[in-house]
Write a protein that binds this ligand. Sequence first.
Ligand code: SAM
Length: 285
Amino acid sequence: MNLADYNTLQKILKSEGFNTKKSLGQNFLVNPDVCPAMAQNACNKETGVLEIGPGAGVLTRELAAAAKKVVAIELDNRLKPVLARTLSDKDNVEVIFGDAMKIDLLALIGEKFADCSSVAVCANLPYYITSPIIMMLLEAKLPIDNITVMVQKEAAERLCAKVGSRESGAVTVAVNYYAKAEILFEVDRDSFMPPPNVDSAVIKLTLRDKPEIELRDEKEFFRFIKAAFAQRRKTLVNTVSSSIGISKDLLREALNAAGLSETARGESLTMSELALISNYICERK
Ligand code: SAM
């Protein structure tokens, strides 16, 4: 069964009476080159793979062939008969119907992948919740090796930007804290059914054994980062003082102690500079 073939996919969806829903980010892959490349980058025969949003099962089938075991979480119950059909010949796949944002993934991984030597997340993510899903996966500190996912091209550029470059944002810093991020390849909008209005890219986040910076207080760091990038045109001193109430004097002191200009903007600072400022503030608050 070649689900990446437009006509085959159409025929199966039609015979099950299934119509894609835009509100659930249902753009199904119909480019035969994409899923094998994603699977190859994400896993090997010893890996347990968690997939979010299997849709009709095109990526799931490739993952089943490349990995030891696949557990796929799908929100849309209407896909039950479709997936029962498209995955009927795969005995190392389990589909769970539910919201990936609400399921206890730590418990799920412990339960399902105990016999796997590593765990990876691989998905063509629903674009309406790309960043929340990625942040949830990282913040949950799951025992995973990598997150190999398709996202909108613009999101890929932001998530994988160099911290300290104009393209970086709060999410770039957060991703960098937990993982090494890279864009693997771009995917044209015509690779999907129906085609979305934007192009896409597959990114790989390889989780770090330990963060590249040392923080006094992780929670305070992320509160500070969110504020530092909230108003990109303002200086760090102005945006942080107005949004989380740290005094301008303390912020100027922290910048001086780190050897930085008092007019610096969040987006121009490196991970270690951001850590220095946040640690300085935590020590004196
Ligand atoms: N993997 C399929 C493919 O590549 O063709 C489908 C990808 S489609 C972009 C995103 C899928 O995520 C849809 O099947 C959608 O129903 C599902 N989805 C949306 N929100 C979800 C959520 N919160 N939890 C789990 N699945 C979700």
